[in-house]
Design a protein around this ligand. Structure first.
Ligand code: HEC
Length: 153
C-alpha cells in the first residue's frame, strides 16, 4: 500500500513540475518577451558572446519586476521576477535552448526561491523545477541572488 502511495506521490509531483514548466512557457510566449521586456542590465543589449554551458551566443531578457529590482539594487529579486535567456549556435542563427529562472517566494528558500526551467526551441520542457544541475552551478552567484549576469546590490 505504502509503495503504491509513494509511486502515486512521485507521479503527481512529476506531473506538477512538467505542468509548472509548461505554464511558464505559455506565459513567456504571451508576454512576447523578446519585444516587450528589457535586456538584462549588465550584459550588452541584443546578442552577446556566451560560454559553456549556455551556448556561444546569448540574448538575456528580464521582465519589469526583475529590471526594477536590478536598477534599484534591491539586494534580491521579488516574487514574480523572471529572467529568460536564449542560447544560440556560434553563428547566431540557430536557437538551441531557452533557460529561465522565475522567483516564487517560499518555493525553495535554501536556493533563493528560484524555479528553473529549460526548453527546446519548440517549447519542449527539458527540465523544470528545483533542477539540481542549475542550482549547483548558479550557487557560484549566490551573492547576487543566484544570478550571474546582473548586479543586484
Ligand atoms: C556550469 C554552470 C551553469 C549551469 C549548469 C547552468 N548555468 Fe545558467 N548561467 C551560467 C552562467 C555563467 C551564466 C551567465 C551567462 C552570461 O550572461 O554570460 C548563466 C546565466 C543564466 C541565466 C540568466 C541569468 C543569470 O544568471 O545571468 C539563466 C536564466 C540561467 N542561467 C538559467 C539556467 C538554468 C535553467 C539552468 C539549468 C537547466 C542553468 N542555468 C544551468 C552558468 C550555469
Amino acid at each position: 500500500m505504502r509503495k503504491y502511495l509513494a509511486v502515486a506521490v512521485l507521479m503527481v509531483s512529476a506531473l506538477a513540475l512538467a505542468g509548472g514548466g509548461e505554464t511558464l512557457w505559455r506565459a513567456l510566449q504571451q508576454s512576447m518577451y523578446a519585444v516587450n521586456w528589457h535586456y538584462v542590465p549588465g550584459r550588452p543589449a541584443g546578442f552577446y558572446q556566451g560560454s559553456e554551458p549556455h551556448g556561444a551566443v546569448l540574448r538575456t531578457f528580464v521582465n519589469n519586476i526583475a529590471y526594477d529590482a536590478i536598477r534599484a539594487e534591491a539586494a534580491s529579486y521579488p516574487e514574480g521576477a523572471i529572467i529568460a535567456k536564449e542560447n544560440y549556435s556560434a553563428d547566431g542563427q540557430k536557437l538551441g535552448a531557452i533557460t529561465v529562472m522565475k522567483k516564487i517566494k517560499g518555493y525553495d528558500p535554501e536556493h533563493g526561491d528560484w524555479f528553473w526551467a529549460k526548453y527546446g526551441p519548440d517549447g519542449k520542457v527539458l527540465a523544470a523545477g528545483k533542477v539540481a544541475g542549475c542550482i549547483a552551478c548558479h550557487a557560484g552567484a549566490e551573492e547576487q541572488d543566484w544570478v550571474f549576469s546582473a548586479k543586484i546590490k
